[in-house]
Design a protein around this ligand. Structure first.
Ligand code: THU
Length: 128
């Protein structure tokens, strides 16, 4: 069995995925890859729409694709994103229970946990 990809390698895969973004309105291509515990890498890109609010972020397409394939929250270790995750995607990252999030922000590469990205978050425990 081969070693899992490093965070740096995952970011490179996210960069490559971003080239397949559909972002004709913003011109801002985003790629996201998530690493599952079974070693699979699932890729997502942002997909925009002429009705602007209907566009979806790269993180959400990656996780929606993974869930459709059978993965569940807790099945993921890392999400690597070519941009700083927006507020809504921070909620998704929290829901999916990734261990860490690696992303580019300006010239930097930042690594944070979902809790650090979204402290005091709303989750299923708030529904009880
Ligand atoms: N975008 C993402 O894909 N992920 C984020 O977390 C930040 C924003 C996309 C949405 C839109 O297609 C474009 O970047 C500009 O906001």
């Amino acid at each position: 069995m081969s070693a899992p990809p490093t965070d740096a390698e995952l970011l490179e895969l996210a960069d490559a995925a971003a080239a397949r973004a559909y972002a004709p309105y913003s011109g801002f291509d985003v790629g996201c890859v998530v690493l599952a515990r079974d070693g699979r890498v699932i890729e997502g890109v942002n997909v925009e729409n002429a009705a602007y609010p209907l566009g979806v972020c790269a993180e959400r397409t990656a996780f929606a694709r993974a869930v459709a394939e059978g993965y569940r929250p807790g099945d993921f270790t890392v999400a690597a994103i070519t941009a700083s995750p927006c507020g809504g995607c921070r909620q998704w990252l929290h829901e999916m229970g990734v261990e860490r999030v690696v992303f580019r922000n300006g010239g930097r590469v930042v690594t944070m946990t979902p809790d650090e990205l979204l402290p005091e978050s709303f989750d299923s425990s708030n529904l009880a």
